[in-house]
Design a protein around this ligand. Sequence first.
Ligand code: DAH
Length: 346
Amino acid sequence: MEKQLNLLKVQCLESISKINNLHDLQELEVRYVGRKGELTMILRGVKDLSADQRPLIGQLGNQVKNELDAAFAARKLDLEKQDIAKKLHDPMFDVTAPGPEIGRGHIHPLSQVQQEVEEIFNSMGFAVMDGPEVESEYYNFEGLNIPGWHPARDMQDTFFIKGKEDKKHGRMVLRTHTSPVQVRTMEKFGAPLRVIVPGRTFRYEATDASHDTTFYQVEGLLIDKDISISHLKGVIKEFLTRLFKKEVSVRFRPGYFPFVEPGLEVDFSCLICGGKGCRVCKHTGWVEFLGAGMVHENVLKAGGIDPKEWQGWAFGFGLTRLAMMRHGIDDIRLLSGGDLRFINQF
Ligand code: DAH
């Protein structure tokens, strides 16, 4: 075996010195020292040697392998240098030409809108919060005044997660909205509070152009003393006007959400037709935009805040929908589809 190894080394080194292009060199490397190369095949026999021979031959094998690896690397460097030298002497090779362009990514249209939303609310004194996407039933429902028997549970088709379950927190779910972070932030920071929570949410939906199982929302929560709906109206109007860089009107309608009392739905004047009526606003002049209301006292209590001393409002809107409206995107699935022909338009 010792002879075999030495012979292989001599042959291989000789072949390396004769090679004059990178492609052949690589083939040679695979043939000799590759995973199924000749050296490997010889070394497979080491295990059948006698106990006193084994370490000696093993050591020689490693030595040969190291020498050959070094010879291949050195030859490769040589050939690469030759290649460059050849190009530099080629009269058609322009050393001043720019190299191949390095592709740079850019921010996803959803993240772009999210950043703008965060900036506007930040400037109005709102902190940006985060919460878990895999949430407990407690924070997603009970803490928000939606007990298990409540029919409002049916408003949100939910993905339940197998496994972990406990008495207080129930099962684990993929959060159906960003609202669970309301109770989490109240527990953590108490009152007063001014936060927004942009984040990913999930529903068990059949997908079509306007429904997806994954989408983004932004939650807002303001808790302080002597807070009323008029503050909400001011904040939302200011936010939309800054976002769209146009004067936007808002209107409030009564709406039902278990975690607020009274509850509201907020629409804004259609920016496409200026309120005259078009396809986007379904010929009403108004676009449905968010759910909101005064935070229900049970929710304040769940967050450890005394409803006799503090009050506030909350809102939630679809960030995905906002991005779609902004860019005139007519199919929600495009946003998470990963198709670069679409994404690169933004
Ligand atoms: N969580 C609600 C949803 O996903 C939206 C919402 C409505 C959030 C009213 C709020 C609110 O904070 O006050 O449909």
